[in-house]
Design a protein around this ligand. Sequence first.
Ligand code: ATP
Length: 591
Amino acid sequence: DDSIGEKLVELAKRRGYFFQSSGAYGGVGGFYTFGPQGAALKGNVEDAWRDRFAVAEGNMEIDAPTIMPEPVFEASGHLDGFDDMLVECPDCGESHRADHIVEDNTEYEDAESLPIPEVEEVIAEYELVCPNCGAGLAGQAVETFNLMFGTNIGPGDSQPGYLRPETAQGIFVEFPRLKEYARNQLPFGVTQIGRAYRNEISPRRSIIRTREFTQAELEFFIDPETDEPDLSAVADVEVRLYPASEQNVEDGEEIRTTIGDAVAEGVIASPWVAYFLGVAKRWYDAVGVDMDRFRFRQHLSGERAHYASDCWDAEGELDGNWIELAGFSDRGDYDLSKHAAHSEDRFTVFRQYDEPKTVERATVDPDMSYLGPEFGGDAQAVVSELETLAERDRAAFEGDSVTIDLDGESHELPTEKTGFAVEEQTEAGEHIIPHVIEPSFGVDRLVYTVLHHAYREDEVDGEDRTYLELDPEVAPTFVGVFPLQNDDELEATANDIVADLRDAGLSVTYDDSGNIGRRYRRQDEVGTPFCVTVDYETLEEREAQRASDTASGDAPRAEATTVTVRERDTTAQKRLPVSDLPELMADLRAG
Ligand code: ATP
């Protein structure tokens, strides 16, 4: 039997959820197009994410470009550190992720953290082979491969740029302006939903690992000393946790607990990370992830990105494999510090003291131009060295002379010439670099998981049936409307119902092709929660009503006729009044 994943990929193509792009040209690995149903489902998931993580949390949403200039990624660390391990097959020439090959075929759980020579040794020792053609990989060089797609901005190659590998940098880089919109008050959050690009060595499992995908990210900026989350809002959320083992190199024991207890017992170190795990768990449940196949797993040391101090992943189980759906990391002040150091802008926020503080400040004479000639005219460099030294090590000024380093050479200056003094100053506050808590969601993987967890097979009237038990909130089509047969009057009535339901804001599909059973099956496979069928009974009721109106001399009334409404999961059918449909359906959609 095929796995659900295999059946799902086939269904997805047939019914317009997703399929490999550029098929007319042979297709290219790692790029997928969402068809009409998939685009609608993805849009609904994104709207639900926006409602939860931007609107309900009071965060601001922005929309930044997907191409950014090279200095951004020099500062962020992606240019140097955003690498995967590549090994090429000597026979078929196909490239693979060396760490994946090791993890898939040995007991190593965290091959990403191993140094390259060790990965090469493991490949040789286990005689690992190419997953494509079976040729031995022993002796092949393992190389680092940067995942960013490069491009040139403008003509020529004078300004290199990159397609962003995560949406986050578009938020960090604009922090100096964003903090103004937040009126310089911490904490505040900024969200973004958009495309990210990674030149994955081996894209796999359809839309789970692609080269272009959608992320929904929240960068939440906090003052690490004073800001605390309202944990009471999520304290009773039940979670299944896999903390890393003590050595931090393999998964530890599973713990079933609540967010409140996990923080109290120190299982989750950062209360902010814990807060967002709680919010996320509820949200995943609401959009249709099966909570029996969902967990949070702490990152192992080698798995953590270059910036993260603690990180937990949300994972969903698909055909026996746990797949990362989102990462929740405490990024500390890594990103803002880097951009502050590499750019001209200010990445700080002013932290006001409760009361002004009197502080001692060590200073040096800022006008030491007389030192210029001695140091190649660069008096400024001398002053800045002395200032740094005065801040860090006052004792250095206690003797008759002070030693400083300039361009690798050490120089002695008479202390009296430096103008060293300790002054008292009153300060209202200080400039701090905020810390960042980042919940980072992959939308494509979530769409896949929602479909996979909704996939059902049963038997109806002795026939096999496949249906998607999608949550009404995210189902791409909410209701299908069918005339029972090709008949002008049935069709006209069905079209009127379609118009009324669309006016009520519902996504409706009209279908008059094939027998009614086939039309139901089609909507079952798409995951449409309800179908409405206009049949001859509807017309008979209308005739009877007209006749009675005419007989009693009344003006013809609004028609109180009924239609068959069928529910997807149970296939139960009911007759309901046409005039009630828009309100009833809108209520069902809202849950
Ligand atoms: P992985 O280890 O699977 O490569 P990652 O840890 O590098 O992922 P993050 O940098 O944490 O991923 O990205 C955040 C989210 O973006 C992930 O949880 C995932 O849902 C999504 N994501 C990352 N890479 C891809 C990809 N190639 N295709 C689809 N979604 C992705």
